[in-house]
Ligand binder design. Structure first.
Ligand code: CP
Ligand code: NVA
Length: 314
């Protein structure tokens, strides 16, 4: 079913494009600054989503995505309801298409976290309200809006930025690559052989003008980098195979890698972290780590994504 002309799905960053992502970040910075001393549940005075309801649909676990969308919606004057696969008919096999059509008559927008990306595309095809990707096995675009906001807050303009990724070529990396092509930063990807990102995302970044380097050398990727990023070696739904963990061992972000980067480089991680695996405690807790501001920024980024999806941000 068609969306109203002003409304938009946010399945991936390319749905928004560079100008809208820049607008999202600018609005997030303004709204965040305006409410710096307010209680977290206080509603923004303009209440742009007053009367709107967002359904949060989870087929996988979540802490940050769930809480940040809930608080984001409250701060914008709206409300949420939570639907978890295990306690809804989705978990008993009701189709995505029927769920989309029912929810579209009951709520004003749907956020879905699921496994197969085809499911969120199916949800969007059958929904007549905006559908937002809260993570699939393929991508995690909301996370990357928060990450870009964090980088900019640290005084690092995006064009020409050197971002280095370590470990598994996963959903979070895919959205970083998509962002790189749109926002014109470069990505060095250090993975073990066999764990590279989907070539489709590498091509997308390169088509956008990003310089993407694929390497098996963590040390090469870290050299003179501005931002070092990693994520869990075993994403939700994957087997914790001993061979994979062994292959990842030399991609741990540690002090030696941080010292290869620029002296003002920052460390990012979407969380949840497995300290001692993909990152050492020294780096995770160290002065260059921005992981907790990054987590907080999920709220501010989500607000911008919601406003854009409702056509209230161009
Ligand atoms: N980073 C992130 O999406 O965290 P959750 O899995 O807790 O939502
Ligand atoms: N790559 C991780 C991200 C979690 C937020 C996963 O999919 O489990």
């Amino acid at each position: 079913m068609a969306l109203p002309a002003t409304h938009r799905h946010f399945l991936d960053l390319s749905d928004a494009g560079a100008d809208a992502i820049a607008a999202m970040i600018a609005d997030a910075i303004d709204r965040k600054a305006a409410r710096a001393k307010w209680p977290k549940g206080q509603v923004d005075p303009d209440q742009p989503l007053a009367g709107r309801v967002l359904a949060l649909v989870f087929e996988k676990s979540s802490t940050r995505t769930r809480v940040s969308f809930d608080i984001a919606m409250r701060q914008l004057g709206g409300t949420v309801l939570l639907l978890e696969a295990g306690s809804s008919q989705l978990g008993r096999g009701e189709s995505i298409a029927d769920t989309a059509r029912v929810l579209s008559r009951m709520v004003d927008a749907i956020m879905l976290r699921t496994d197969d990306h085809a499911k969120i595309e199916e949800m969007a095809r059958h929904a007549s309200v905006p559908v937002i990707n809260g993570l699939t096995d393929r991508s995690h675009p909301c996370q990357i809006v928060a990450d870009l906001l964090t980088v900019i807050e640290q005084g690092k303009p995006l064009p020409g930025l050197e971002v280095a990724w370590f470990g598994d070529g996963n959903n979070v990396l895919h959205s970083i690559l998509e962002a790189a092509g749109l926002m014109k930063f470069n990505v060095r990807v250090a993975t073990p052989a066999g764990f590279e990102p989907d070539p489709e995302f590498v091509a997308l970044a390169r088509e956008g003008g990003s310089i993407v380097t694929l390497t098996n050398s963590a040390s090469d990727a870290a050299a003179r980098a501005d931002v070092l990023v990693t994520d869990t070696w075993i994403s939700m739904g994957q087997d914790a195979a001993a061979e994979k963990r062994a292959a990842m061992a030399s991609y741990q972000v540690d002090r030696v890698l941080m010292e290869r980067a620029k002296s003002d480089a920052i460390f990012l991680h979407c969380l949840p972290a497995h300290v001692g695996d993909e990152v050492t405690e020294e780096v995770f807790e160290g002065p260059q780590s921005c992981v907790f501001p990054e987590a907080e920024n999920r709220i501010h980024a989500q607000k911008s994504v919601l406003l854009w999806s409702f056509g209230l941000l161009q």
